[in-house]
Design a protein around this ligand. Structure first.
Ligand code: TA6
Length: 285
């Protein structure tokens, strides 16, 4: 059976079984929770064991869809961080299968609730291709008669054996800012290593590679439609502050996010379309 919809009326989860991979996608937030390629013993996407699976709540792990803004709301701190679509119920569209992958489509447009948070019409389609690789594409359309602007991210949590023995390459010479600690633009020199919280917005359109040395694998992260790559590990203190993440979980994951982040805001005229996408590939040996 290539796909089944777990029949929890309040929290439907789509389970995909393909010869090349399995996956789970919550309709809450169109949230890809797990992707396990054949030959791997566990999901490549990290999911917190303390993640909340409740309607309207964000999920700690997998691939949160951050839209129509990334990070805190630029003006109103009462509005949810990372936008609102990651906590809304999406509609399951077509599920198709080829020899190479299963393709799942999920849809979301404005609702009364979303209009209260963000007074604009939109249409989103999330296209997820599940196979030996995982491809995720957020197709965005301005269906309004007036222009609006956006930021956003595919906030991907990747499992690593030990963050302390993990490095990220592909961002050498790129400029970054360290989260909201400082506006200073810093030039990356060499691989990124982790011995503290890292929360960086890199000005980069490039592919990065996560060298999971202890896991003896490389995760290749390609992207398109994105001018920023966010690299985040909460380290110890922030992990302790996150109620849906075990205190010691920080060493087992890393976020590599295809993003467009303030101040780099994308204007969308009426009818304009934009696709933000990411593709994950595992290389071993
Ligand atoms: O992408 C990195 C980040 O912006 C961090 O600052 C941290 O807040 C993380 O996102 C998680 O955000 P969340 O709202 O999901 O807890």
């Amino acid at each position: 059976m290539p796909h089944t919809l777990q029949n929890s009326p309040t929290y439907p989860i789509l389970e995909i079984t393909h010869p090349k991979a399995t996956a789970r996608i919550a309709l809450n937030g169109a949230h890809v929770m797990e992707w396990t390629p054949s030959g791997e013993t566990a999901s490549v996407l990290y999911m917190s064991p303390d993640a909340l699976l409740e309607p309207g709540k964000p999920i700690r792990g997998g691939i949160p869809i951050c839209w129509p803004w990334f990070g805190p709301h630029p003006i109103d701190s009462d509005k949810p961080a990372h936008g609102f679509v990651r906590t809304m119920p999406w509609t399951l569209g077509d599920v198709t299968e080829t020899a190479e992958h299963s393709t799942v489509l999920l849809h979301l447009s404005e609702t009364e609730d979303s209009l209260k948070l963000w007074p604009h019409k939109f249409n989103l389609t999330l296209e997820v291709k599940i196979g030996a690789q995982l491809s995720i594409a957020l197709h965005i359309k301005n269906t309004c008669t007036e222009a609006w602007s956006m930021t956003g991210a595919l906030h991907t949590y990747l499992t690593v054996a030990d963050i302390r023995e993990t490095a990220v390459i592909g961002l050498d010479d790129a400029y970054y800012v360290e989260s909201r600690l400082s506006p200073d633009r810093i030039e990356q020199s060499g691989p990124i290593h982790f011995d503290r919280e890292v929360d960086r917005n890199y000005e980069s359109r490039d592919t990065v590679r996560v060298l999971d040395r202890k896991g003896d694998r490389t995760l290749v992260v390609e992207k398109s439609g994105s001018r920023a790559t966010i690299v985040w590990n909460p380290w110890i203190e922030k992990s302790k502050r996150l109620a849906d993440l075990p205190d010691e979980a920080y060493f087992g994951f890393l976020c590599i996010e295809a993003a467009n982040a303030a101040p780099d805001i994308i204007p969308m005229s009426p009818g304009k379309e934009h696709t933000l996408s990411q593709k994950l590939t595992i290389q071993r040996g």
